[in-house]
Each structure stands twice: as C-alpha cells, then as structure tokens.
Ligand binder design. Structure first.
Ligand SMILES: NC(=O)C1=CN([C@@H]2O[C@H](COP(=O)(O)OP(=O)(O)OC[C@H]3O[C@@H](n4cnc5c(N)ncnc54)[C@H](O)[C@@H]3O)[C@@H](O)[C@H]2O)C=CC1
Ligand SMILES: O=C(O)[C@@H]1CCC=N1
Length: 264
C-alpha cells in the first residue's frame, strides 16, 4: 500500500506515528511538505518514512493521498496534485471545513473520505469522525487503516462541524481546563513542578477509571462526595458557576468556525 501525506504538521505526524505504532510499514508512508521543511528529513531519520517534494514521484501508484494541510493551503496542494493524480487514488481529507464536494470538484471526482481525528492519534486513541463520498468503494479497507490510530464513528457529512468541535478540538478544551487546574494548585501552595505532576497523574488516573467502568460519570463523582465532606464543599462552590453554559458557548464557537471554513 502507498499512502502519501501532503502536510506533516501536528495532526499528520500524529496519524502516521499512530499507524506505524500499529504495524503499518514506514516505507509505505510517503510524506511531503513545503520546500525546506526540516521535518521531512527528521521524520525520515526518526521513523523511516519516505520524504519527497516531487509530486509525480509521490503520486505514482498511490493508493491514498491524505490532505493534512490547513484548509487555507488546500488550493496550493490542489495545484501540486492535479496534474499527476491517478483515477484509482483515494483521497483522505482531515481538513476542518473543506467539504467532499469542494475536494471532488477540484480533483476529478476521485473517491474521497473526510475524517476528523484528534491528536490522541499518537497514542492510538483518537476519535475519528468519518464521512464517505457516494462513489467510495472498499470502505472496509479505509476503516481498518484509520482504526490503527483511533476509534471510528461513522457520521453524515452534515454532522462534521459538530464532531470537529466535540472531539477534533476537544482535547484542546480539556488541556485548557487541566492547565487552569494546575495553575490553581500553584495558588494553593504547590510548586509549579508538583502542580504539573499532580494534575497529570490525576487526569490519567481519572481517565483510567472511566475506561474501566460502565458506571455513569455522575455516580463516579458521587462515590467521592462524602456528606458534608471536602468534595461536597468544593462542588457547592463549583455549582455557583454555569460550567455547562461555558461549554455550550465554546463548542458553538468552534462549530460556527467550521461552518465558516466550509463556505470559504
Ligand atoms: N491539530 C489538530 O489537533 C487537528 C487538526 N486537524 C486538521 O488537520 C489539518 C492540519 O492541522 P495541523 O497539523 O494542526 O497543522 P500544521 O500547521 O501543524 O501542519 C500543516 C502542514 O501543512 C504543510 N503544508 C502547507 N502548505 C503545503 C503544501 N502546499 N504542500 C504540502 N504541505 C503543505 C505545512 O508545512 C505543515 O507540515 C488542518 O486542516 C486541521 O483542520 C484535524 C483534526 C485535529
Ligand atoms: O483548530 C482546528 O481548526 C483544527 C480542527 C480540529 C482541531 N484542530
């Protein structure tokens, strides 16, 4: 199999690292970026993937081409790809906003799938929103390939901006919360280093708990909350703030930005 990545930034590298960790051969992964990008050589040395800036060479006999640039750079990628793209090559886009219709209209109607992963792909724990073009064949092969770095959730393309907000951007929203939690631990009297370790271990342990039980999150919370105890006191203070509304606004803003990108 030959998989070609246009763009080797945060998300693309998370994906091909995840794939390699799960047994995809690095020689099957071809990577390109803008000329002079030092990561091209670095990823070759670190991972054994195949860097190139030669589009004809990259696209020859490619099974999949992954569009992993910012949506704003897609036009420049189309210019590189157009002349040499073979009919059999399937297109995978991870770009927020850019629609299947836009991609197919610019690139001969090739079979196209949009996926919305997240950076947890590095540890094979992404959530992949997936929407196929109508002419897509052998969906099973594609689903198996992207399962190497996450869990697939098949959705309608109309739901894409919602899942982009929820789980594409989602890790950033959670990291921000954890950052603030660590800041508060410093305010409480811990050193920065202690606050960092305590926050990370707390989050990892809590995530492991969620993974290992079917109990609702509310029950897990209640299990910690002794009557008139410390947790109860903390939660009473937390309840004075409308956290749900804050998330409503955050997710709505992210979703709206996805809609704007779709129109550009
Ligand atoms: N970062 C994230 O957590 C997620 C990002 N995405 C999507 O992934 C895409 C990439 O995002 P990031 O990796 O964060 O961006 P990034 O800025 O880290 O990477 C962009 C890459 O595109 C390359 N590039 C730009 N113009 C190019 C061209 N003409 N030909 C080849 N390569 C070119 C850059 O050199 C760079 O390697 C975006 O469309 C974003 O919507 C989707 C899900 C999550
Ligand atoms: O911020 C962005 O636009 C991309 C899409 C989802 C996560 N990062």
């Amino acid at each position: 199999m030959k998989i070609v990545f246009y763009g080797i930034g945060n998300m693309a590298s998370a994906i091909f690292k995840g794939m390699i960790n799960e047994g995809v051969k690095p020689e099957e992964i071809f990577v390109t970026s803008i000329p002079g990008d030092p990561l091209l050589e670095l990823f070759k040395e670190e991972l054994g993937v195949m860097p190139s800036l030669n589009d004809a060479e990259l696209l020859k006999n490619a099974d999949y081409v992954v569009f992993a640039t910012k949506p704003q750079d897609f036009e420049s990628v189309v210019e590189r790809v157009k002349a040499n793209l073979e009919d059999k090559t399937k297109l995978i886009s991870i770009m927020a906003g850019t629609t299947i219709e836009t991609i197919q209209s610019k690139l001969n109607g090739n079979e196209t799938v949009r996926i919305m992963p997240n950076t947890n792909a590095v540890v094979q724990k992404a959530v992949n929103g997936v929407a196929f073009s109508e002419n897509f064949t052998n969906k099973e092969e594609l689903l198996k390939l992207i399962e190497t770095f996450g869990t697939n959730v098949l959705i309608e393309e109309s739901e894409f901006n919602r899942i982009t907000a929820a789980t594409g951007s989602g890790p950033a929203f959670l990291y921000y919360l954890y950052e603030k939690y660590a800041d508060s631990l410093v305010n409480l009297g811990f050193s920065k280093e202690q606050a960092d370790v305590l926050t990370r271990e707390l989050v990892i342990g809590t995530a492991e708990m969620m993974k290992n039980t079917d109990l609702p999150l509310s029950t897990l919370r209640e299990n910690i909350t002794s009557k008139k105890g410390t947790t109860d006191a903390g939660l009473k203070s937390l309840h004075k703030h409308d956290i749900e509304k804050i998330f409503d606004q955050t997710l709505e803003a992210a979703k709206t930005r996805g809609e704007e990108l779709s129109k550009d």
